[in-house]
Structure formats: structure tokens, C-alpha cells
Ligand binder design. Structure first.
Ligand code: NAP
Ligand code: G4F
Length: 325
């Protein structure tokens, strides 16, 4: 019989790639989507997945426990991927209560619905490198053992979720795992994250549709990978012999400035002629540096990324070029 997977956040960047990946591996995939006032935007990232009859979505929300319980009771999934979140770090300063409700209490709601209705399922939690905050090991990496000192409401919410997963794993003997994923992007990345913002603007400048790009902190470093590689890792985490926590990263870091330099140069432009700083995009507290050590996932799960920073950028540039042409 086909395995059944349940995905929260299925309409997001990772959820949509994960749905496609699992469908290609003959899973029956279920997801919940929230009610949107513009219904036609709801499924834009799921266009490909919906071509497969093995995908079913229903309305639900991490804050609506009745919808979660109904799904767990009726579907009885084999694998649960909890990807739903208010996932924007700067916006978590504008909406701290909603961020904590969804990313922390919402995870507890999901865990309870799972524990009470289908405890033999495996549960994946979308944990984040933002949990490390300003902690860095002496060798300049963050890894599973690095202290967590989050520097944003988003980071704090994800630390709660990470810890409650570990608590439920032990207390109730559940197969509940954390994937601690470093930044990952794709053509489906939301427009207000830095990668899409830089690439879309550079393409529009190249085509004469825009004349400048306003950014916040250009000296922040991130370890950027491709979402397609990272959803593959999520599935490997749940198919490992025991529940555990894994860092997923490329093990390389670049600054926002490096990103601008690469993207504009690829389009035969000099970023210094177009990029200006706007304090509006600075954060109340910035996380200056991320570089993940994913040795554990590579040696234990056999996971390796296929994309590099450069091929990720190229994929996104191609996408936005085609979109504007
Ligand atoms: P995303 O594109 O922002 O997708 C988030 C998804 O969560 C959307 O489908 C959104 O639905 C849904 N959602 C938000 N609030 C919800 C709620 N209260 N109930 C149900 N669904 C809700 O994020 P992503 O990049 O795919 O990231 C997926 C997960 O990985 C998130 O938990 C994120 O925090 C985590 N993560 C991401 C990265 C990264 O670099 N991408 C790194 C580490 C961890 P709407 O469309 O209706 O808002
Ligand atoms: O693209 P970002 O907004 O991603 P950020 O804050 O690192 O968060 C992402 O990665 C986390 C994993 O580490 C995820 F958990 C989280 O859900 C999300 O997917 O910003 C990246 C860097 C930051 O240092 C930011 O200050 O880019 C800097 N930046 C500079 N100018 C900007 C801008 N970020 C945004 N969004 N917009 C700017 O104009």
C-alpha cells in the first residue's frame, strides 16, 4: 500500500516541492491550506502537484485544533511534515504574538493531534538555523551541539518548537525529529526574502523596468542552499532508523553583498551602481553569521546537496528572466 504523508504549510516554498517529491515516490499526499480572501492565489505553487490525483488538500490551520484533529483522525498518516509557520524573521518583529502562536503553540497543537490520534506515525519538525542566533563554534560552524541563543521572536518560537519535539519524543516514545535547516531558496521563494528580492530587482534593472534596489544589512552572512535538495533531506530524516535531530546545510557561507555582486555580474551589471541601503529593512537585532556543519546528516543519512550557491542563483535568475520575458 502507498505511504500516506500529511504536510502542513503545503502551499509554501518547501511544502510544494516536498509534495512533488513525495508524489514522485508514490506517496499519497495530504495537506492543509488556510482560507485566503483571493482564492486563486492559494494554490499557485501547487500547480504541478495538483496534476497528480494522489494529492488532496483541505482547509485547516495550526491555530484551529479541531481541523488538525479531524485530519489526523481521518487520514491516519504514516509521515507528518510540520512545515507551516510565519517564516519571515523581520516580520516576526511586526507580528510577535501571531509568530509565537503559530510557530510555537501551533506545533504543540499539531503534536497533540498526532499523539492522540496516530502516535505510530513519524513526525518531522521544520526547525531552523535561526535558533542558533549569535552562537558560533570556534571553528566558525554551527552544528547540532551548538548553543541556541536566538535573536528574534521567530528564532525564539522555533527554539520552543525544537525543544517540545525532543520532550515529546522522549516522554511519549514518539518518532519525532527535527531538521535544523539553514537558509534555502528557489524560484518559489517569497518575494520579501533577500534572494528573490535581489534577483528579481537585478533582472528588472537589466530589462529597464526598475532603477534601484533598497536593502537592509548587506554584511550579514548566510549558508544558502536549494529548497529541492532540502525537502529530500526531510524525507531522509523520517526514513532514518530512529528519531533524531539533523543540521542540513551546504557548509559554505556568503554575505548579502556577495549575493548582489554575483547576481548583478551575471547580468553584466555592477551592483554598486544600483543598490542603496534603506533602514526600513534593518532588524531590531541582526543575526550576523550562519554556516552549518551538516556532517552528521551526510554521514548518517547519506544526504548531499546537488546545488551550489552559484547554481542556485543561476536557477533563480533563469526563472525570473523567463518570467519577465
Ligand atoms: P513559506 O514559503 O513561508 O511557507 C509557510 C507555509 O506555512 C505557507 O503555506 C503558509 O500558508 C503556512 N502557514 C502559515 N501560518 C499558518 C498557520 N497558522 N496554519 C497553517 N499554515 C500556516 O516557508 P518555507 O520557506 O516553505 O519554510 C517551510 C518551513 O521551514 C517553515 O516552518 C520555516 O519556518 C522553516 N524553515 C525555512 C527555512 C528557509 O530558509 N526556507 C529554513 C529553516 C526553516 P499561507 O500561504 O496561507 O500563509
Ligand atoms: O532572506 P532573509 O529574510 O532570511 P533570514 O532572515 O535569514 O530567514 C530565513 O532563513 C531562516 C534560516 O536561517 C529561516 F528559518 C527563515 O524562515 C527564513 O527562511 O534574510 C537574509 C539576510 C538577513 O541577514 C537580512 O538582514 O539578508 C538580510 N537582508 C538585507 N536586506 C535582507 C534585506 N533581508 C530581507 N528579507 N530583505 C532585505 O531587504
Amino acid at each position: 500500500m502507498n505511504k500516506k504523508a500529511f504536510i502542513t504549510g503545503i502551499s509554501g516554498q518547501d511544502g510544494s516541492y516536498l509534495a512533488e517529491y513525495l508524489l514522485s515516490r508514490d506517496y499519497k499526499v495530504y495537506g492543509i491550506v488556510r482560507r485566503h480572501s483571493i482564492a486563486e492565489h492559494q494554490d499557485s505553487r501547487l500547480e504541478n502537484a495538483y496534476k497528480n490525483p494522489n494529492l488532496e488538500c483541505e482547509y485547516g490551520d495550526l491555530l484551529d485544533t479541531s481541523s488538525l484533529e479531524r485530519s489526523m483522525k481521518s487520514i491516519k498518516p504514516d509521515e507528518i511534515y510540520n512545515l507551516a509557520a510565519q517564516s519571515h524573521v523581520r516580520i516576526s518583529y511586526d507580528m510577535p504574538q501571531f509568530t509565537i502562536q503559530t510557530n510555537a503553540v501551533g506545533v504543540l497543537n499539531m503534536l497533540e493531534a498526532y499523539r492522540q490520534n496516530c502516535p505510530s506515525a513519524k513526525f518531522y519538525q521544520a526547525s531552523s538555523s535561526e535558533m542558533f542566533g549569535d552562537s558560533v563554534d570556534k571553528d566558525e560552524f554551527q552544528r547540532e551541539t551548538t548553543a541556541m541563543t536566538p535573536v528574534s521572536p521567530y528564532g525564539c518560537s522555533k527554539v520552543f518548537a525544537y525543544n517540545i519535539i525532543r520532550n515529546y519524543r522522549k516522554a511519549y516514545n514518539l518518532f519525532a525529529s527535527n531538521g535544523i535547516l539553514f537558509n534555502h531558496e528557489s524560484p518559489r521563494r517569497g518575494a520579501n526574502f533577500v534572494s528573490t528580492k535581489v534577483i528579481k530587482a537585478a533582472v528588472r534593472i537589466k530589462l529597464g523596468l526598475q532603477d534601484k534596489l533598497e536593502l537592509g544589512n548587506m554584511d550579514a552572512y548566510r549558508d544558502w542552499g536549494h529548497s529541492k535538495d532540502y525537502v529530500r533531506a526531510m524525507n531522509m530524516v523520517l526514513n532514518h532508523e530512529k528519531p533524531d535531530d539533523f543540521v542540513i546545510s551546504t557548509m559554505k557561507t556568503h554575505s548579502v553583498r556577495d549575493m548582489c555582486e554575483y547576481v548583478f555580474a551575471k547580468l553584466e551589471l555592477n551592483y554598486e551602481d544600483y543598490v542603496v541601503q534603506n533602514p526600513k529593512y534593518l532588524r531590531a537585532e541582526e543575526l550576523p553569521y550562519l554556516k552549518g556543519d551538516s556532517t552528521k546528516a551526510r554521514t548518517t543519512l547519506g544526504w548531499e546537496p546537488e546545488y551550489t550557491f552559484e547554481t542556485l542563483m543561476d536557477d533563480m535568475i533563469d526563472h525570473w528572466m523567463k518570467h519577465h520575458e
